[in-house]
Design a protein around this ligand. Structure first.
Ligand SMILES: [Ca+2]
Length: 328
């Protein structure tokens, strides 16, 4: 009996080890949601990983000042039963990228949300500092799927009510890694130009030069190979979903029958799951030019993701399946 009890204790101990190893990764998501709807897919992946116990969403912060951004974030957080996740937004008037397909206006009108306007959200840098200071050292992964406005402002921030540290020092102390959907590195070429960089070029340049944690880049060329959303719009098992509505409205307005490119979802995916088994990881350095283009230069500052031959369809199916995730 004693032996059996001892063996049972050992078994409990051994089964406890993997559970400890899988403690949820604390993340802050920085998004320009409204200009495009792959951000909706990315937020769905993040909530799916949170429901699986793999991610803890500390805050969602908008780098886009357009009027629908905060209510849209709140709609999605409320839908996924996390209405109290802190939401931040830049107080700069620009960048201000609108929602041409009007999907954001539609889901705000239809679905409940606790934070009803941009004015009700915290200022972006202040929220970053408040959240970061309360975390263990080198713990937080920041995922950016928009412009670099907030991250540059965070680096340039000074001591405040939350921390005596400069923004650079606070990032160095609290942040584990930055994963960005950004840049364009076409195969065999030295130069590319990508939206998340050129919308706020000065901010991107500041982050690329001054950010001191490991940085992983999912470039334009990865997400544009992965088309998602059409099966979601046809999934009859999903009803009353702002995610399905956003994709249905936007894909129809765009007359898109192939699916939306999945740029932002790739950043969330590799931040939580690591780049394996889907990607090759290539060490590079990049210089941001005045026109917002990026040029390859010698160095190993960034880890660039490159989609592996033969993994495209498997990854596309995996992202699509995560986008069908419904609240628990
Ligand atoms: Ca985006």
């Amino acid at each position: 009996m004693l032996i059996r009890s001892f063996l049972f204790s050992c078994l409990l101990f051994l089964t406890a080890i993997p559970m400890q190893a899988q403690s949820p990764l604390p993340v802050i998501l920085d998004t320009d949601i409204a200009g495009d709807y792959d951000d909706v897919g990315a937020m769905t992946l993040l909530h799916a990983f949170a429901d699986k116990g793999e991610a803890k969403i500390l805050a969602v912060i908008s780098c886009n000042a357009f009027e629908t951004t905060v209510p849209t974030i709140s709609v999605l957080n409320t839908y996924f039963k996390r209405p109290d996740i802190p939401i931040g937004i830049t107080h700069k008037a620009k960048p201000d990228m609108d929602c041409p397909q009007q999907w954001a206006q539609a889901i705000i009108a239809k679905y409940p949300h606790r934070v009803r306007s941009n004015k009700e959200a915290e200022e972006a840098v202040s929220l970053y500092r408040r959240i970061l200071v309360a975390q263990p050292d080198h713990a937080v992964t920041i995922i950016t799927i928009g412009f670099f406005t907030n991250l540059a402002d965070l680096l340039q921030s000074g001591p405040d009510q939350y921390s005596p540290l400069s923004g650079r020092a606070l990032v160095q102390q609290k942040v584990k890694a930055l994963v960005a959907m950004a840049t364009s590195v076409p195969p065999g070429k030295e130069k590319g130009r990508e939206y998340n960089v050129y919308v706020d070029t000065e901010a991107a340049r500041a982050v690329f030069e001054q950010w001191e944690t490991p940085i992983t880049l999912s470039p334009l060329e990865v997400g544009e190979q992965l088309h998602t959303g059409i099966p979601l719009t046809k999934d009859a098992a999903i009803t009353d979903s702002p995610v399905k509505d956003a994709f249905s409205i936007a894909l129809e307005k765009d007359k898109n029958t192939q699916g939306r490119m999945s740029w932002d979802q790739t950043a969330v995916l590799v931040a939580i799951k690591t780049p394996q088994p889907w990607f090759n990881e290539r060490k590079i350095n990049l210089r941001i030019e005045a026109d917002g283009s990026n040029t390859l230069i010698p160095g190993e500052r960034f880890t660039l993701l490159e989609l592996k031959e033969g993994e495209k369809l498997k990854l596309q199916e995996y992202i699509e399946s995560l986008m069908h995730h419904q609240p628990k």
